[in-house]
Design a protein around this ligand. Structure first.
Ligand code: SF4
Length: 688
């Protein structure tokens, strides 16, 4: 191997206790990069799709990419992949924090765990190899305690730990894997896969210098990316207010799911739970993943009161919405307490919050009663009930045993499928397709189920990125035209990010360009990718994963969204603001290219001081102007034309998408397309 990768992974069989170094052919790195791309290749080659998710045969793949853990900005990430116990199909989850660089320095590109131990164990990986150690004393401990105890046990504070909490041990279907207390491989139940193998944690500590193909080019790439971030207004927003900076603008345009996706607009969302409100109240300091100049993570403290919280990670946007607005919860401290509990127990905040919101609506609708909940009355804005249910879910206690199965299983048992908001069994993230139409395609066609990180549509729709270099155009809000082509381009970007592996916030804040990605990858690997070649790699990985989905039963029928999130809100109205302000005012693409320090600092100051903190108020006032209020009034009166405009034209978009992707009636990529990408074996497995 020239650089970026070590050329080998550690394979561990927990049933037999055998471990071996497995070499990966260089061509696989060229064709699939690393991270979730290389994991998908392994999964296909070893017929992982035939294994039941919680069976010993399901391979758990903890994978770095060529960028992971190097000193480029925002590359602190790795991917954890396996067949998902929540969805039954391909599962992957991306994690930041500090584990990836330690793994990189052990000399392995990843760890692949098969089999299952009969007693709790953890894996200790260093420069000298790996050991399977007893973890009986850690079983039952939460992720914060586990991390602390393991660092003490190995006697090295620089060792990094990924672990599961009680939720993973109890096979909660949306259990996650945690590092650094607030960094999570959240989605698809990877924590339950670890739990099924009785693998409590992995500890990594390495000292090896990672290989670099061209040191001078690598240094140049690092300087360029840092420079781009220095001038990035997006990075500024993330630094000052965390990812929750989005609550303000998101609520104003109807992008923040509220009251289980029923309510269009709710002022307490930004007022109480938004990033600016947190900055002015419980924020203690910011925190960063390894080598990231953005520091988007929040450290908060609540000194006293019913929801007192020791100094630790605060809610990011997804937690503020899923455990906040989605529950109509207006108590900031309770929201952060719920987030902390999910972190400690090791549960994905999106799936957990979505399941709780579904249950509340089902209770309200009479589908679930006190008989099922053990006497608990569910309702909106009930922080103590939510805390109790989160704890019961992690332990699978009483009604928590139902909640631990997720939204899809709950709705199959109790009914209310129309308000069970998931795609392919994965609960929808906290962005509303009614505000950003392309997100409908993103959710429908993301490989792992409803996912906002699988592609770059969110950033494109918000005016942060464009897709010109991939031959596609950024499209207008509330319009079908070009959305499918935009999504195909956006998916190439997303797949590359999750395989390279890089933090999407950091990469997109730096402009998210494929040519910059090629620059970084080439400096490390020496593979000499052009933009077109890299885009082809993105396509190859995407089609391989789509085929894996098909092999696990995915058809066109599964690429559907619940009608609730395609049709006008049941309560309240959204504005037409997004059409009006986008892209003239909101597009940050040209501004980011202006590298005049004084102007940039002035603009950043205005944004942070005046615009972000008042975004919601400003935009909602704007919405009262005659042009907008007229539209709103019409909608309130049930004007058909307006209603149709607010109904996402999903069928048209997905029809065009299938045509562009060359996907047949059964939802499979064509043999021709697979073979063009060098995936003949995949085509044979799929088409016979
Ligand atoms: S932007 Fe935030 S999540 Fe991404 S690497 Fe930096 S600190 Fe971590």
């Amino acid at each position: 191997m020239t650089g970026g990768n070590w050329g080998k992974v550690l394979k561990v069989d927990l049933t037999t206790g055998e471990m071996e170094d497995v070499e990966i052919p260089e061509q696989d790195y060229r064709d699939f990069l690393g991270g979730s791309g290389l994991a998908a290749k392994w999964f296909f080659d070893h017929q992982g799709w035939k294994a039941e998710p919680l069976s010993p045969e399901n391979p758990l793949m903890i994978m770095n990419g060529p960028l992971s853990g190097t000193t480029l900005p925002g590359v602190s990430r790795l991917e954890i992949c396996a067949r998902s116990p929540l969805t039954g199909i391909w599962g992957e989850a991306s994690m930041g924090g500090h584990f990836s660089p330690q793994l990189k320095r052990t000399g392995y590109d990843g760890i692949i765990v098969t089999g299952a131990s009969d007693k709790p164990v953890y894996l200790y990986v260093t420069d000298d190899g790996a050991e399977i150690r007893d973890a009986s004393h850690l079983w039952g401990k939460d992720t914060y305690e586990t991390e602390e105890l393991l660092k003490q046990e190995v006697g090295d504070k620089r060792a990094q730990v990924i672990s599961i909490g009680p939720a993973g041990e109890n096979l909660v279907k949306f259990a996650c894997v945690m590092n650094d207390r607030g960094s999570t491989a959240g989605r698809c139940g990877m924590g339950a896969v670890m739990g099924s193998k009785k693998l409590k944690a992995v500890v990594a500590r390495g000292n090896k210098k990672f290989p670099v193909a061209d040191e001078a080019a690598f240094k140049q790439a690092r300087e360029k990316m840092n420079e781009l971030l220095k001038f990035s207004l997006v990075a500024d927003g993330l630094r000052n207010f965390g990812s929750n900076v989005h609550m303000e603008y998101g609520m104003a345009i109807g992008d923040v799911p509220t009251k289980n996706w029923r309510l269009a607009y709710w002022a307490p969302g930004p007022e109480k739970l938004g990033g600016t409100a947190v900055a002015e109240s419980i924020l203690v300091k910011t925190h960063s993943c390894f080598a990231c100049p953005i520091s988007c993570k929040r450290i908060v403290e609540v000194k006293e009161g019913p929801f007192a919280l020791e100094e630790g990670p605060g809610s990011e946007y997804e937690a503020a919405a899923a455990l906040g607005t989605l529950q109509l919860l207006d108590d900031r401290e309770a929201n952060h307490k719920l987030n902390e509990l999910c972190n400690r127990y090791g549960m994905d905040v999106i799936s957990c919050g979505s399941t709780l919101a579904y249950a509340t609506e089902a209770f309200e609708a009479g589908l679930i009663g006190e008989e099922q909940t053990g006497g608990t009355k569910l309702g909106w804005n009930q922080p103590r009930v939510l805390i109790d249910l989160v704890e019961k879910t992690a332990r699978r206690e009483g009604f928590g045993n139902d909640l631990a199965e997720g939204v899809r299983a709950m709705s199959e048992k109790y009914g209310g499928k129309e308000f069970a908001i998931h795609v392919k069994g994965l609960e929808c993230p906290m962005h509303d397709p009614r505000a950003l139409w392309a997100m409908a395609l993103t959710y429908a066609t993301s490989i792992r189920g409803a996912c906002h990180c699988a592609d770059a549509n969110l950033y494109i729709e918000l005016g942060i990125l464009d897709v010109k270099e991939l031959g596609a155009k950024r499209t207008w809000p509330y319009s079908v035209r070009g959305k499918a082509a935009q999504t195909v381009a956006a998916q190439k970007k997303g797949v590359i990010a999750n395989s390279a592996v890089i933090c999407e916030y950091a990469w997109n804040a730096a402009g998210g360009s494929i040519s910059d990605m090629a620059m970084m990858l080439n400096s490390l690997t020496g593979f000499g990718y052009s933009v077109d070649e890299l885009a082809k790699v993105g396509d190859r990985i995407w089609y391989l994963k789509r085929a894996l989905g098909n092999l696990m039963g995915v058809t066109r029928e599964d690429d559907r969204l619940p009608s609730r999130i395609l049709e006008p809100h049941l309560e309240g109205t959204t504005s037409s603001l997004h059409t009006a302000v986008y892209p003239q005012f909101m597009s940050l693409v040209p501004m980011q290219k202006l590298k005049v320090e004084g102007f940039r600092n002035f603009t950043a100051g205005i944004l942070s001081k005046y615009l972000y903190p008042n975004m919601d108020k400003m935009l909602t006032s704007l919405n009262k102007l005659p042009g907008f209020s007229g539209k709103r009034k019409k909608l309130e009166q049930g004007d058909l034309e307006e209603k149709q405009k607010k109904t996402v034209a999903f069928d048209e978009m997905i029809g065009e998408y299938y045509r562009l992707r060359d996907i047949d009636e059964q939802g499979r990529p064509s043999r021709r397309r697979l073979e063009e990408l060098g995936l003949k074996q995949v085509a044979d497995a799929l088409h016979g």
